[in-house]
Design a protein around this ligand. Structure first.
Ligand SMILES: Cc1cc2nc3c(=O)[nH]c(=O)nc-3n(C[C@H](O)[C@H](O)[C@H](O)COP(=O)(O)O)c2cc1C
Length: 279
């Protein structure tokens, strides 16, 4: 979840298997004024407003990474199918390994949930992106939906190669002294430890209902957290806020913790644990 080559390279060197970029749009966006990120007792609340340098400028960052052979998943956001398609085509020319369609930001008007909660639009955008690119396309799902399964199935019917669940949970924090919301945008997205049970539930429901792989994300900070997601049906996991809690070497720490758990419990291969909690 980053947008400059230097920090992406650093994360990779700390043991991440791939890197998802910060979501990139057609035009440069400054994002919202501060405060945009606040640490709460059990998680992190943010409303950054999708700041990004624009797809045109972002290409230079990706090109810098090419020589390191780092698998990059290019995340994009748009307001309609045409924008998503144009962004996806550009990402592909930059040499990314896969594309992630962010249709689930809870605090970016016109770019997030308005799209990601409409099953027809999700199918149409996914289908059009798939038709115009030849690399894998993942669709990132919001937990702020009456049915995550319905939207995941729409993405699957648009030929998505995988589902990413979940984006942040729509939330707010009030400053008692100022008597106003803390974030400049008032509403933000909640991430980190507190949302893990929500993410695990979404992955469980989605993976029971689609035949494409599910990538789990939300509140993962330990090897045991990762295992929960895997047993719920995730084939891979992403880490965002965990970096804040455990530092950049969280990737290596989680890999080590997974290895120890597997050895202690007599498992040789993580893939034999995918979805075992489905009963
Ligand atoms: C500061 C911050 C910025 C984020 N930016 C993006 C983004 O640009 N695109 C996106 O799809 N998700 C974004 N997310 C959501 C994360 O990718 C992830 O889905 C969510 O935070 C839950 O995972 P976590 O608990 O491991 O952070 C952001 C999260 C945080 C905390």
């Amino acid at each position: 979840m980053d947008k400059d080559a230097g920090s992406m390279e650093r994360i990779f060197n700390y043991g991440a298997g791939a890197i998802v970029t910060k979501s990139i749009g057609l035009n440069p966006r400054e994002g919202y004024p501060n405060p945009t990120v606040v640490e709460l007792e059990f998680g992190i609340l943010n409303a950054m407003g999708l700041p990004n340098p624009s797809i045109e400028k972002f290409g230079d960052e990706i090109k810098k990474l090419k020589k390191f052979n780092i698998p990059i998943i290019g995340s994009i956001f748009g307001s309609n199918s045409k924008e998503f398609t144009e962004l996806a085509k550009k990402m592909e020319t930059f040499g990314v390994t896969a594309i992630e369609l962010n249709m689930s930001c809870p605090h970016a008007k016109g770019y997030g949930l308005e799209i990601g909660s409409d099953p027809k639009l999700v199918k149409e955008i996914t289908y059009n992106v798939k038709e115009s690119t030849s690399i894998p396309v993942f669709v990132k799902i919001s937990p702020n939906l009456p049915s995550v399964t319905e939207i995941a199935k729409s993405a699957e019917s648009g030929n998505a190669d995988g589902i990413v669940a979940i984006n942040t949970v729509k939330a707010m924090k009030i400053d008692l002294d100022l008597k106003i919301p803390v974030l400049s945008n008032k509403v933000g997205g909640y991430s980190g430890k507190a949302i893990k049970p929500i993410g695990v539930r979404c992955v469980y429901e989605i993976s029971q209902n689609v035949d494409i792989p599910v990538i789990g994300v939300g509140g993962i900070t330990t090897g045991e957290d990762a295992l929960e997601y895997i047993m719920a049906g995730a084939s891979a996991i992403q880490i965002g806020s965990g970096i804040y809690y455990r530092g950049l070497d969280i990737f290596k720490k989680i890999c080590d913790e997974l290895e120890i758990w597997m050895k202690d419990h007599g498992h040789k291969n993580l893939s034999e644990l995918i979805g075992v909690a489905h009963i």
